[in-house]
Design a protein around this ligand. Structure first.
Ligand SMILES: Cc1ncc(COP(=O)(O)O)c(C=O)c1O
Length: 398
């Protein structure tokens, strides 16, 4: 396993937009990723799994939910995970290209995907259909390598996975390909539709179907592992840990089931900028497009050079605050493509002052979960959508 040390506060991507101001480093639009928090979260989660006798697959798809897949993968493998999971073969190959040699599963393909590079790189592949199995076997023949396969059963999610009535044929074909030396069936797996409601009736129905699917595979002479639990199931249903758990969001410190107790997770992403310009406006002056906000009295304003092109949703106009100089301050007027304006009343703030748009919440700053709630979405969507061409990502906490 290649676990290169990461430089502290290493700006890992994006344009150089962090000029030094009076010896202080400021940011235009930066995602600070706290690797120590990721390590802590993985240690907590893999500890729960280990107590059930299960191993942990850290899900780092979609560029590690926006945090940086390679960084997160390395941190996770150092902290108790022994497996990685991604959606696409390209994502898996990028991890291999970075020198990561751990077991690594990918599970979602374009039609007609060529699995040759993935099999050659020792990437484990999910098979939901006979077509998947045939294409994987063809790649095994081309590379001369045995392909490691996880057979996916659709137990009720209604997304990918093999429908139950087609499962016997898929298992039989997989057992045959295994005896021919083309494949090794590593696991039978599935995904839960309603894991964030741990007593939802669909869970038990899915688990029954899962057990039937596994029994059938064992009956066909296979000896597969079983995995079905995402973060929510890992945190709330130890009976569903089986042999391997697949946490994603909880690795990043965002709790999918906060109403079920404090799980001791630490959010890893902070979105920060800094004050680009300060000004005092007179009472009656309007701010930003459409003058949706008009100063009631003379006020200090701070211009922050981030906008909806940098991931600040325009729909949060008039509904968000930022952390600036030790307190939350409201954003006034419309969020623009590149900038937003913060109301500071009579307080003095300085150009170059740090502005936190969201973070772990420890100091009282807004959180990604609060943004999500305001927007009627989930924190998954917020963090996954933050990394963009003009936004830098800084790795901290090594
Ligand atoms: C198949 C699969 N397993 C596990 C996960 C991780 O889920 P979560 O982020 O809710 O822990 C995902 C993410 O959506 C997934 O698609």
């Amino acid at each position: 396993m290649n676990l290169e040390p990461l430089a502290p506060d290493d700006t890992s991507a994006g344009p150089a937009n962090a000029p030094a101001v009076q010896g202080k480093r400021t940011y235009r639009a930066d995602l600070r990723v706290d690797v120590e928090a990721i390590r802590h979260n993985v240690a907590v989660l893999s500890g729960h799994a280990r107590r059930s006798g299960a191993r942990t697959m850290a899900v780092v798809k979609s560029d590690g939910y926006g945090h940086g897949a390679v960084t997160v993968a390395r941190a996770a493998l150092e902290s108790g995970a022994d497996w990685l999971g991604v959606a696409s073969p390209d994502e898996a190959l990028r991890l291999r290209a970075a020198g990561i040699t751990s077991p690594l599963l990918c599970w979602l393909y374009a039609h007609g995907e060529d699995f040759t590079p993935a099999v050659a790189a020792g990437v484990q592949l999910s098979a939901s259909s006979m077509a998947d199995l045939q294409a994987i076997a063809a790649a095994a023949r081309r590379t001369g390598r045995t392909a490691a396969v996880h057979l996916k059963i659709d137990t009720g999610m209604g997304r990918n996975g093999c429908p139950e009535h087609l499962w016997p044929a898929l298992v039989e074909a997989a057992a045959k390909a295994q005896s021919d030396g083309l494949l090794e069936v590593v696991a039978v797996w599935s995904h839960l539709a309603c894991a964030d409601d741990p007593v939802h009736a669909s869970i038990d129905a899915q688990v029954e179907a899962f057990r039937r699917a596994h029994d059938l595979a064992v009956g066909a002479g296979l000896n597969p592992l079983r995995h079905i639990a995402n973060s929510a199931a890992l945190l709330t249903r130890p009976d569903l840990h089986f042999d391997l758990v697949r946490p994603g969001i909880a690795i990043y410190g965002l709790d999918p089931v906060p109403e079920h107790g404090d799980h001791g997770l630490r959010p890893a992403m902070t979105f920060r900028s800094s004050v680009a310009l300060t000004k005092r406006v007179a009472g009656g002056e309007g701010v930003s497009y459409g003058h949706t906000w008009i100063a009631e009295r003379p006020s200090n304003l701070a211009l922050v050079p981030v906008g909806y092109a940098d991931g600040v949703p325009r729909a949060l106009s008039g509904q968000m605050s930022v952390w600036l100089r030790g307190r939350r301050r409201p954003v006034v007027g419309r969020v623009c493509m590149d900038q937003l304006v913060v109301f500071c009343g009579d307080d003095t703030v300085a150009e170059g002052d740090e502005v936190v748009l969201f973070g772990p919440g420890d100091r009282g700053e807004p959180t990604a979960a609060e943004w999500a709630e305001r927007l009627g979405t989930i924190h998954y969507e917020i963090v996954t959508g933050m990394y963009r061409p003009r936004v830098t990502r800084t790795i901290a906490g090594n």
